[in-house]
Design a protein around this ligand. Sequence first.
Ligand SMILES: [Zn+2]
Length: 111
Amino acid sequence: MKTCPKCETGKLSDVNDIVHDLEGYFFIAKGQRCLSCGEEYIPERELQPIIAVARRLGLWGQPLKLHRKLSKSARGTVLRIPADIERELNIKGDENVAISKRGRKIVIELE
Ligand SMILES: [Zn+2]
């Protein structure tokens, strides 16, 4: 077994239940945990799928907040979906969405 780089005394044991917190989303990853200080290490190859999922959720590498202006049409208020979000989520423009209100936020979910 390897020695923990942090406390330099503990041994690292293989575990598969490391909870990785990314912007409030929790991912379970494989890795190693120090038997002495409890420090957890997730190897790069285990992080890749988490990063891939995070990208799909828009949590990684993309601006989380985009500013857009609403516009008015004869039938109501129109919000244009930014092209990068369309690409990211594969939006074709004929999907059904669920729109809900959470406080001052409007949440649009693809169905
Ligand atoms: Zn340690």
